[in-house]
Design a protein around this ligand. Structure first.
Ligand SMILES: [Zn+2]
Length: 411
């Protein structure tokens, strides 16, 4: 084998015990995985018996709002986190105040810093939400599209045009959403539960699917993000997915209200989600209520983890480190057996990769070479330390981590 770009030797792989492997990377792809390879790469990496896996995927991040918490009072955070999240809608209205001063000129550097952090932590595919409404206008979309282009080839960013303040209750948002898609947004984003009644919620969902159909794009919706046992927009969205033939192209986020559903309603919902091939993204660290992750997993629904927020109105921490997100989820969901920790690792790698329709993802010969070389030998140790990888390989090239640290403002 000739012209190898990167040769990683002495690597442990998931589910392969203590055996060591060599991985050859050529032309952006994994060319070989063998116990040993008689090759010399332009770059030689000795993994030292540590774990090498696919890179991480974050399917949910409000990238236009990162680092805005210092710009506002904590009223929204208190309303969102309080009690069983019954006041989540008030929180969104309070948080929207920041958008009076929305401007791509300050959103872009904030977003750049967050995406550089993602690269440092081996998080190479992110679905990001840009608010689209009368206050935000298209400032968030423009900023995130610019950052998407800046990081192309290092971190792949999917920009969601997101009607955060509603469509029926926010006249004019529909026209702005059309414009956002025409500007080049990748995904149509909705939040039907924010509307005032079920008729408006159905109309909101129909609009999003119409727009997705017009532009041939996927749909991502924030659903039932409130402590209300009667909120059913996940069910509505999954039914619309089936009706439109959009199976596997609609992703559900938050879905916290299902924690309060009576069992028969939950059972019906599971059947609909499976038929629609709707996966659920949960972020249990950003609110006191969360989707019934273990029950969904046990019944064959795909579930992934997302970062959700980085220092915004809803959550003070976050650094785009998906190992940290999985570590927090291990505690909040009580997933601490070895098998459950492997599942958590899937929930930040292969499961979200499939949920946001990244082709070519995986640690397999022929797949795109998006890899992390860790400083730990297995997934339990990886979660324990949730440390940055020693090497991050994106599209078959080593990421310049010194440059990423600079862009992230860490030096
Ligand atoms: Zn969110």
């Amino acid at each position: 084998m000739t012209d190898i770009d990167i040769h990683i030797r002495n690597a442990r792989l998931r589910h392969r015990g203590d055996a060591r492997f060599s991985i050859a990377v050529r032309n952006g792809r994994i060319a070989a995985i063998e116990p040993s390879l008689d090759v010399r790469g332009s770059e030689e990496i000795d993994a030292g018996g540590n774990l090498v896996t696919t890179s991480y995927v974050n399917p949910h991040l409000h990238l236009c709002k990162v680092w805005t918490l210092p710009m506002m009072e904590e009223a929204a955070l208190k309303a969102y986190q309080g009690g069983v999240m019954a006041k989540a809608r008030d929180a969104i209205d309070l948080a929207s105040k920041i958008k009076d001063s929305y401007d791509a000129s300050w959103i872009t550097p904030n977003a750049r810093r967050a995406v550089a952090l993602a690269a440092l932590y081996g998080n190479l595919h992110i679905r990001v939400f840009a608010d689209v409404d009368n206050k935000a206008r298209l400032e968030g979309v423009k900023a995130l599209l610019a950052v998407r282009e800046e990081f192309r080839g290092i971190v792949e960013v999917q920009v969601v045009a997101f009607a955060q303040d509603g469509l029926v209750r926010e006249p004019g948002a529909d026209r702005l959403m059309e414009q956002a898609m025409a500007l080049g947004a990748d995904v149509v984003g909705g939040i039907p539960w924010i509307e005032s009644d079920d008729a408006a919620r159905e109309a909101h969902i129909r609009f999003c699917f119409d727009l997705a159909g017009k532009f041939g794009k996927d749909v991502s919706m924030l659903l039932d993000d409130v402590g209300d046992p009667n909120m059913r927009t996940l069910e509505m969205m999954a039914r619309e997915t089936i009706a439109r033939g959009w199976h596997g192209r609609a992703l559900a986020h938050h879905c916290r209200a299902m924690a309060l559903y009576p069992q028969p309603a939950f059972d019906d919902l599971v059947g609909t989600l499976r038929e629609a091939r709707v996966a659920v993204v949960s972020d249990p660290h950003t609110g006191p209520l969360h989707a019934r992750v273990k029950e969904l997993l046990a019944r064959g629904v795909s579930v992934c983890l997302g970062q959700d927020d980085i220092s915004d109105a809803y959550y003070p921490f976050g650094r785009n480190n998906m190992l940290e997100v999985a570590f927090l989820a291990a505690h909040l969901l009580w997933m601490t057996t070895r098998a459950e920790i492997e599942t958590l690792y899937d929930m930040i790698t292969v499961t979200p990769a499939s949920a946001i329709n990244i082709g070519d993802f995986g640690l397999a010969v022929g797949a795109a070479a998006n890899l992390v070389v860790l400083d730990q030998p297995d997934v339990v140790e990886a979660l324990r330390f949730h440390a940055p990888p020693r090497y991050v390989i994106s599209h078959g090239r080593s990421v310049d981590l010194t440059r990423m640290r600079d862009l992230a403002g860490l030096r």
